[in-house]
Design a protein around this ligand. Structure first.
Ligand SMILES: *Cc1c(COP(=O)(O)O)cnc(C)c1O
Length: 355
């Protein structure tokens, strides 16, 4: 890609890459040497800069620390079989970032700063992109309101930052989830479709309660009647019922997951039946009684698929059949992994090649 922006790079004199055990990566443990920083003030975005990863200095009255104007993205870059590096579905992540920013009344970052900034950052820290199959460089773009003021207001100043870190391919053991019928993650008209920090903070307490009851995660239901399944923890959720891959339709209470969209697309490509439609808790109960539900899993960037073994509905635990690598979720995950590794053709143009 031809770069339009001239982004200055101040390189670290003390690379930390030698401290990284690439064969024993843990999610979230290592952060790469550099970060991209870009400030918005007096009505304009300043020149983005790549600098050594370091602490921020913020006034205690920084608005983001009080009133929650914070938005983030979570995405990955992969090393392909031929050694080149790609960023997965950068445009779709940018578009979602913009939607989140708009919902939180924050300043939209121009596409070229997001895209070219990320490209140059990953070029700078290319040695940090792991080469083991399925491992990746996790990318965390985010924005915070930086105006210093303690009165409640929409901030007039923002800071956009991208940092990255190598992560392993996560295989999550099948988990136990509980259909939540008291707490709400997102209501219609709320911020559920925005990737904002507050959604996470608000989910911790119900999740902690579910853990005390012996579950790993919460299956969120609609905020009005608790009658329809929406998401699983901080992932989208999918089921295989009667051989069909089903997931809740997008709405303003559901996060438009890039993994969700990619898995649906691949399932269609491979000839599986898919459907985006409301899934009633009642339908799940009946599907367990009739034995027509064969898979349940979370879908998100960190793990791609997170198999579910048990679903607790109104105090009764229902078991999914044991999984094997023949299951639909693992077949579509494999096709996704192969697409990102460049082993199969990237027919949807999802890989944005860094070089
Ligand atoms: C980030 C997120 C997801 C998954 O989105 P991906 O783009 O697939 O990583 C799903 N639900 C919530 C609430 C999220 O924050």
């Amino acid at each position: 890609m031809e770069l339009l922006l001239d982004i200055p790079v101040r390189k670290t004199l003390h690379s930390r890459i030698k401290e990284v055990d690439f064969d024993g990566l843990e999610f979230g443990k290592y952060i790469s040497d550099h970060m991209l920083v870009c400030d918005y003030a007096q009505g304009s975005w300043k020149t983005p800069q790549i600098v050594p990863y370091s602490n921020l200095s913020l006034s205690p009255s920084t608005l983001a620390l009080h009133y929650g104007q914070t938005v983030f993205e979570g995405m990955k870059a992969f090393r392909m079989e031929d050694g080149r590096v790609n960023i997965f579905r950068i445009d779709r992540h940018y578009d979602r970032f913009v939607k989140s920013l708009e919902r939180m009344c924050m300043q939209v970052i121009p596409r070229d700063i997001f895209t070219e900034g990320m490209l140059k950052l990953i070029e700078t820290d290319k040695a940090w992109v792991p080469s083991q199959a399925g491992h990746a460089l996790y990318i965390r773009p985010f924005m915070i309101a930086t105006e210093e003021r303690f009165g409640v207001k929409i901030s007039d100043e923002y800071r956009f930052i991208i940092f990255t870190g190598p992560v392993p391919s996560l295989y999550s053991e099948p988990i136990k989830v509980k259909v939540e019928t008291h707490y709400v993650r997102a209501a219609r008209g709320g911020t559920g479709a925005a990737k904002c920090g507050g959604n996470y903070g608000a989910s911790f307490y119900p999740t902690k309660e579910a853990r005390l009851e012996g579950y790993d995660q919460v299956l969120w239901t609609d905020g009005r009647d608790h009658a329809y399944i929406e998401e699983s923890g901080m992932m989208n959720v999918m089921f295989v019922i009667n051989g069909e891959l089903v997931t809740a339709p997008l709405s303003d209470s559901i996060l438009d997951g890039v993994t969700r969209d990619s898995l649906l697309t691949i399932a269609n490509d491979l000839g599986y039946k898919t459907s985006e439609r409301p899934i009633a808790v009642k339908e799940l109960e009946e599907a367990f009684i009739n034995g027509t539900i064969t898979e349940a899993f979370g879908a998100g960037t960190a793990a791609v698929v997170a198999p579910i073994k048990t679903i607790g509905i109104n105090g009764k635990d229902h078991q999914l059949p044991a999984y094997t690598n023949k299951n639909l979720m693992f077949r579509i995950k494999e096709q996704l992994d192969n697409t990102r590794a460049g082993v199969v053709a990237d027919v949807h143009d999802w890989n944005f090649i860094v070089g």
